[in-house]
Each structure stands twice: as structure tokens, then as C-alpha cells.
Write a protein that binds this ligand. Sequence first.
Ligand SMILES: [Fe+2]
Length: 483
Amino acid sequence: MRRSRILAALLTCAALAALAACGSGNGTTVAPDTIDTPTTDDGVTLDVPADPDVPPVDVVQDTPPVDVVDPDLSVGDDIQDVPSDVLPDVVVPACVGAPGQIAWPTGVSTTFLRGPFLQDVRDSHAVVVFRPAVPLTEQGCVEWSVAGVASLVPFSACVAPDAYGQYAVRLDDLPADAEVTYQVSAGATLTAGPFTFRSAPPLDRPQRIVVMSDLHANKDRTAAVLSKIVTSALSDGVDFALTCGDHVDAPEEPQFDDLFDGLRPLLHRVPLFATIGNHEGRNANYFEAFVLPEADPPDPEAPEMYYSFRRGNVWVGVLELIDWQLAWTLGGVAFGQVEWLAKELDSEAARSARWRILSIHQPPWGRNWAPCSVDNPNFGEVSLRDMLVPMARDKGVSAILSGHFHDYEHGQMDGVELFVLGGAGGGVENVECTAPEGLPTPWKSVEVNHRLTVETGCDALTIVATDIEGNEIDRVSVPHAAE
Ligand SMILES: [Fe+2]
């Protein structure tokens, strides 16, 4: 799969070479080890179980270093976006209402190994996912009712288990911002619920989002860290959850079981939108675990690897690193998700949103990643600094949320707020590296387990970092531009 991705990039580059657009300049040399492989917290490379459908993650490392970045080419110039002066006008809905503020109940059901948990609650649908500890042959079903919608009997839908014994039941035709009460069943004896969630909000509604990264789930970490984040998010009445990758150390099923057990009380009630990290290894177990939106058009190799969605007044783009590294290596050529994102940010869904934010596991900049040295390339991803941040700046993205480094970091580049929030379970980095050359200033870093709460308000985007004891460690407010 990765080989076909490289081939596609090379073919794109070859086509553009006729226009003298590829690899034509002098500039920075690519360090092969900037390509991510799953590692432990102390940097040891993991032996990730092979997936027959997923290539080894080190394929790109075979790519010889090449000189990139034409000095006359502002990276991103050849990204095939549409000039803003020809984009059709869009109407940004007036901002109305407030994000969720009523605390969610905290009860849980442990009937199922995983779930029931909510996925992809947007537009007029929702997906309820659950998996018994022992796979069944019978169908799994969801019954639900909608407050304010008269029905003599509950709505219901049933599906057969998939190859993992997991059920993913889609609830359609939900009215906006409605209280939905559901319960699930599988076979003759397994039942869970009722639980309540809210259907997707109208497009003018602020949202409150809990954002977590680098959970690296196991029983000890979820008990010590994730459980406190989940309790706080329930108390805050968040509208949905967003993760920025590294949910597990390695994409093995028992680790995903621990992850969903730790998230259980939260995901009974709010959906989670996941970003893939390097520890997921593009493994089939990750794509099976989550039911995520797909890009339009979907990535032919992994439809859930990157995508966008709109919830209320916020548009969220969820990214994966490989295309950015390949595109940068090839001199800034746009292909794959680089080209896709440029077009997505010009879409009506993105431009009519009051706020646009991006999630990608690896950060454009980061400071604290051992070992600290001037020769250490791990101060963030140069491909993202050169290509993603300028695109975000030009297309009205307010913030890029990342993890990968196990601490809290924040700074601003080209007017875009950059956050590192890799503190939701993995061992916190215990280093204080000297600031690398070029690091935006001021740049804040705090070595502590934490979460972010993002509120997409009418007047400001407010991002608060809070440690797991409830102490605020940072607060960033981005005022909304005058209309
Ligand atoms: Fe991590």
C-alpha cells in the first residue's frame, strides 16, 4: 500500500517535472529517520505486528535523501488551490446558543468488551458500536427513541457481527440537537443501556470539545490518567471528543480493549473522532476499532486515515503525516491529502464554519523529545512547517492540534496556534531541551499529564490546558475576526 502511495507521488512528480516543478532546487536535505516508526516512550523501535494489507512503516526510509525545496518556490505555491477571488460566496451562519454545559451521567455498562460507544455523530446520523467478549453469530441491535418525536414503538436497527465480532449500528434520520435514548442487545442475553446522547447540532452552534493525545492505553495508565480526564469531560458536558493519535503502544487487540474500557463512560454519551498516530502503525485493528468519516474522495488505501467533518460552528480536518513528508521530499508537490486538504479548506463546509482547526499526530514544532541535541531532528516535522502551516494560515485555520511529544507545548507560527498535547496517558517527557533554532517565541512547554478543552465560542476560540488534578496550566483565546 505504501509503495503505491510512493508510486503515485513519483508519478505526480514526474508529470510535474515537465513543468520544472519537482525536486529542482537546493535546500534542506531530508533525514530518513524523520519518517515515523512506532517507538516506546524511551525511543525504542517497536516490532509492530504485521498486517497483510498494510505495508511496513519503514518503506519511505529507503528513499534516498534528496535536495528539496526550490528556493524560488514558496512551499505550497504549487498546491493546486483555487484562488480565493474566484471562490463562490458562502454564508456563515450567525452564532447562536452555547456549547454543552450540563454534566453527563457517569454510569457505565460492562456487559460488552467494548462499548456501546458512539461514533460519527454528525449530520442526521449516529453510529453505535459494541463488541461482546465472545463473538456471537446472532445480530446485534439498537433500539432508540427521540425526545419530541412521537412513535408508538422505539426505532430499531440490527446488523450482523463483522469478522471481529463487532457490531456497528447506524441510526438515521435524527433531527438536529435532539436527545436520543438508546439501548443495545446482542444474542439472547446481552443488553446495555439505556444511555442518552444528543444528535448533531445545527451549524450555528458552539461546541465544547475534549482533546486528548498519546493515551498509550493500558490498565495502569487509564486508571491513573485517562479516568480523570474522562471524569472531567463528563462534568464539563462536552459535545464530543477528539484524539490526536497514539491511543495504544502497539495496535494489538488487548490494548484497544483497555482503551475503550478507559473511555467507556464518556463514549456511552459523546462521539469520539480519532486521529491516527505512529503507534497505530496503520494497522487494520485501528481501522476496525473506530467508525470514522471518510475523505471525499476517500483515500483509496485507507479510507479512514484522513477526513474532515463539521459539527456546529467548527470544521475539523483530521490528517496523517505520510503525504506531507512525501510531498515535501518531492519539492512541495501537491498530491494525495495535501491536494485534498487545500480543496477541503476551500469547501463551503469549511468556509462557512466560524472556526477551522486541524488535528495531526506529529507537530510542526516541538521542543521536548529526548535526546536533546542540535543534531536531533526531532523538533517537529519540517514538512508541516513548510507546507501545512502556510496553507493553514492562508485558509483561515486557527489552530493545529498535535501530540507525539509527551508533554504540553504551545506557540504560534504564521498566526496559527500550535498545540502539542501528548499527555493523556503515556509517560510524560522528562526533558527540557534547549530551544532549537527557529522555534517560534514565545513557546511554552509543561511536562505534565493533561487534556485540552476547546470551546468554539461566538466571539472567541478558547483553548484551555488542564492537568489531571484540575489545575489550569494554560489558556489561549483567539478572537473571532470582525465580520
Ligand atoms: Fe506517543
